[in-house]
Ligand binder design. Structure first.
Ligand SMILES: [Zn+2]
Ligand SMILES: [Zn+2]
Length: 473
């Protein structure tokens, strides 16, 4: 139903993040990575690190405080409270700036396959489990979809690996190759720069449909032009069946609205910015077929795979054993996601460093990462350099420079994304990210269009951003 198109842009320089119209609840303050001391959540022992049992509270408290934000419901706030009460301490540090982290449910709670609303099933804990209220649709959105669409039939096939409520035997890494890995397509053409010199794209940003992003798509477009970009790709969180982490994504019934919203922005910025349609597509073992079908529902330019360990369903199923073990599981899934052949690129590839960020130590996990990167390199799938990592608990881009060097050694293509959930962040820190890439050994940086990878010289991209930003200043 939707397609993509292209135009051009002009621009200005990356704007600093703060300015924002709506009082945002600060999602997650850059967490102090050093201060933590409590005990972890992880039930089994957490040998190497102590984690804060109490720390969660602090953040939670803060997060839950109504920031005074008016309209949209902040999913983060909604869930946070639970965290404090969650039976098993939630990874306190787990919060990330852009993605609300959810509290983890009691182990016995609803299995992912069940359609039950995520939060509803919460525990016996007295704590108020705020049920996420769908945020009011922004005015502009209402224009497009004035009438609430009835929930569509769920296309999603039940995950075969789903564990029964008793969760007896859930293969940790169910290997069920659903889609034969297809070799990535690399475009041989080198799209020209715009009149203002813009050449590159910001390939990761959201819309209010995910319930934790603010601003109309056109506001993101305006910022992109100022930032010296040629185009942007909206990659909002995909719908998922069975109520999977429902509070941070569009519903099934909003999928068409999402596509039309991006189309609206594309039309509004015709000849000024190339607005493209993408999707941040969840990877969770058992849902491969659903994702495969989802990718056929629209004419996507870019399908960005993402493993979100913060999802309560993910924690429920995989958070067992040690902290390091959980991180290894995450990287195992990252490699597995590339091997499905479903995605063009893997989002924020070391996001798990925000799981108990105080104890994150790359040296310890390096061998695991090395093996994981070897597997990803074989698939040809690209990996993202996500600049929003600077705003997360473990304040560093995703991936960090050590991992980036390992990616460079394996010649894994990299795509930049700001992961903006607010318009002012579009294109943020791109020059820094490009310099990091160059220092890591890269000569090119990529983006996708029509699901074909386009590689550009880093030096050309840097100069294009500066030139276009100045031209649009
Ligand atoms: Zn998000
Ligand atoms: Zn993500």
């Amino acid at each position: 139903m939707s397609k993509s198109a292209s135009n051009k842009a002009k621009s200005n320089k990356p704007t600093p993040k703060s300015a924002i119209k709506k009082p945002l609840p600060k999602p997650s303050k850059p967490a102090p990575k050093k201060k933590t001391s409590a005990k972890p959540i992880v039930k089994k022992s957490a040998p190497k690190k102590a984690s804060p049992a109490g720390k969660p509270t602090k953040k939670a408290a803060k997060a839950s405080a109504p920031a005074g934000k008016p309209v949209k419901a902040d999913p983060k706030k909604a869930v946070t409270p639970q965290k404090t009460v969650a039976p098993k301490a939630a990874p306190s540090s787990a919060k990330t700036a852009s993605k609300p982290s959810e509290s983890k449910p009691p182990k016995t709670s609803t299995p992912p396959a069940k359609p039950a609303p995520a939060i509803a099933t919460k525990p016996t804990v007295p704590a108020p489990a705020p049920v996420p209220v769908p945020p009011p649709v922004p005015a502009l959105l209402k224009i497009i979809a004035p009438t609430p669409v009835p929930p569509p039939p769920k296309p999603a096939p039940k995950p075969t690996t789903k564990a029964a409520p008793g969760k007896v035997n859930i293969p940790l890494f169910p290997s069920e190759p659903i889609a034969p890995a297809k070799p990535p397509v690399i475009s041989t053409e080198k799209p020209p720069a715009t009149k203002t010199g813009a050449l590159y794209y910001d390939s990761h940003m959201h819309t209010p449909l995910c319930k934790h992003a603010w601003g109309e798509p056109e506001e993101y477009c305006a910022q992109a032009v100022k930032s010296g970009l040629k185009g942007i790709i909206f990659t909002c969180h995909c719908p998922m069946p069975d109520g999977f982490w429902q509070i941070v994504r569009m519903s099934e019934s909003e999928f068409d609205l999402y596509v039309s919203l991006v189309q609206r922005a594309k039309d509004a910025y015709k000849n000024k910015l190339d607005v493209c349609l993408g999707i941040e597509s969840e990877y969770f073992p058992g849902y491969e077929k659903y994702i495969e079908d989802l990718h056929q529902r629209a004419d996507f330019d870019y399908c960005l795979g993402a493993v979100h360990w913060q999802a309560k369903e993910y924690l429920h199923r995989y958070e067992q054993g040690t902290i390091e073990g959980f991180r290894r599981t995450y990287f195992e899934h990252l490699a597995a996601s590339a091997e499905t052949g479903l995605y063009d690129c893997l989002a924020h590839p070391d996001l798990v460093k925000n799981y108990h960020p105080d104890s994150w130590c790359f040296a310890i996990i390096k061998n695991t990462v090395s093996t994981m990167l070897d597997r990803i390199a074989k698939t040809g799938v690209a990996m993202e350099m996500n600049t929003s990592g600077l705003n997360k608990s473990y304040s560093e881009m995703n991936p960090g420079n050590e991992m980036l060097r390992m990616m460079a050694e394996r010649k894994i293509p990299v795509v930049l994304g700001s992961d903006s959930h607010r318009a002012p962040r579009v294109g943020e820190h791109f020059i820094t990210a490009l310099n990091n890439l160059a220092e890591a050994g890269y000569e090119e940086v990529s983006y996708f269009k029509k699901r074909q990878r386009i590689d550009l010289k880093i030096s050309d991209v840097i100069s294009s951003i500066r030139r276009a930003a100045d031209a649009n200043a």
